[in-house]
Write a protein that binds this ligand. Structure first.
Ligand code: KIV
Ligand code: ZN
Length: 387
């Protein structure tokens, strides 16, 4: 089995979510948690963006022990030098240099020819390599770049000494098949492609970021990039917890491992949500409040017999205590009896049947039935008997 490296950009691309602003202290606390989670590379910020972000990147670089800490930089000397100023005392420093390559970005954003892009990419990587042991180069909007031109860029940055080549689907435009195809094409058409690690970086504009990242893994990438809870620009980035759990749950299919300590996922997700103020939707895969909750009677009955009936992974695997049986109008007698028992009520089948009728009446008035509601039902029934 091959090992896929995880690059977390919660503190950089994630922080680009509208309305999110993390202090240096918060970034350090999150970075230490990302390290406990087993992330290989932590993108701490964009040192040239502001003095505050430079300071945050510096503090993260010095606090983190085993993961590589990188700063984002445009392909200009000033940004590369700022990144070095931030990370020169880091334990494992790295830089992430990017330059747009697509026809749309070349024309409207950069106003640069293909040759100018090639020159700029090469000289930026050469300069970065003078400072950093670990240089990643990203072809921004690589997903909408001509494949032949991507190959030219790849050859130039490999020659200049890049260690990682990232092809971002910056605007979340590609389908899984198309995204995987880019990496296969690069492997077949770029000289000395084995000198770099290939990396995938997806955005979720069409809700395909996780699927695209998994397609890239199938196409043989060495590294995947994303954020916790999938936060990021516009619709966000790939949710790293989703990719991690897809690899763990479908090891039979992907044949790939990670260095992640999966039990830290729930805690990391909670921290990110709290510090960014970005709440996780209840139905979010892996970390949503309902990801391991069961409401319908048929599902609850199956779960009580064997959890594999309706769960493909156990909540304990990602650090949650247990699955939740939510009592509502779809719940059945089996889950109701189980709930009474777990609350310490020992009753005959006849008593349970009577109570179950009242429970069902209540579910038409109340969406979720809490323990206190059950206790009231039981008390009401006893009160009735006493009269
Ligand atoms: O999505 C993207 O293209 C980026 C780059 C800066 C790598 O985040
Ligand atoms: Zn991005």
């Amino acid at each position: 089995m091959r090992r896929v490296q995880f690059f977390d950009t919660t503190l950089r691309d994630g922080e680009q979510s509208p309305g999110v602003n993390l202090s240096a202290k918060e970034k350090v606390a999150l970075a230490l948690q990302l390290e406990r989670l087993g992330i290989d590379v932590i993108e701490a910020g964009f040192a040239a963006a502001s003095p505050g972000d430079l300071e945050a990147v510096r503090q993260v670089g010095e606090a983190v022990g085993s993961a590589t800490v990188v700063s984002l930089a445009r392909a200009v000397p000033a940004d590369i030098e700022k990144a070095w100023e931030a990370l020169k005392h880091a334990k494992n420093p790295g830089i992430h240099v990017f330059l747009a390559t697509s026809p749309i970005h070349r024309k409207y954003k950069l106003n640069m020819t293909k040759d100018e892009v090639l020159e700029r990419a090469e000289s930026a990587v050469r300069l970065a390599k003078q400072y950093f042991p670990n240089v990643e180069f990203s072809t921004e909007d690589g997903g909408r770049t001509e494949k032949a031109f991507l190959c030219q860029v790849a050859e130039r940055v490999i020659e200049a000494g890049a260690d990682v080549l990232n092809i971002p689907d910056t605007v979340g435009y590609l389908t899984p098949q198309q995204y995987g195809e880019i990496f296969r094409y690069l492997r077949e058409n770029v000289r000395e492609i084995d000198k770099v690690k290939l990396s995938a970086h997806c955005h979720d504009d069409l809700g395909m970021a996780t699927a695209n990242t998994l397609a890239a893994i199938e196409a043989g990438v060495d590294q995947v990039e994303g954020t916790i809870n999938g936060i990021g620009e516009r619709a966000g980035n790939t949710s790293l917890e989703e990719v991690a759990m897809a690899l763990a749950t479908r090891k039979d299919y992907y044949q790939a491992t990670t260095g992640l300590n999966l039990k830290e996922i729930a805690k990391t997700s909670r921290m990110v949500s709290k510090m960014t103020g970005m709440f996780v939707p209840g139905n979010k895969a892996v970390v949503g409040a309902n990801a391991f909750a069961h409401e319908s009677g048929i599902h609850q009955d199956g779960m009580l017999k064997n959890s594999s009936t309706y769960e493909i992974m156990r909540p304990e695997m990602v650090g949650y205590e247990a699955s939740r049986m939510v009592l509502g109008k779809h719940s059945g007698r089996h889950a109701f009896r189980d709930k009474l028992k777990s609350m310490g009520y020992e009753m005959s089948d006849e008593q349970i049947s009577q109570l179950f009728v009242r429970f069902k009446e209540l579910t038409d008035r109340k969406k979720v039935i809490e323990d206190e509601d059950i206790a009231s039902l039981v008390e009401e029934r006893w009160a009735g008997e006493k009269e």
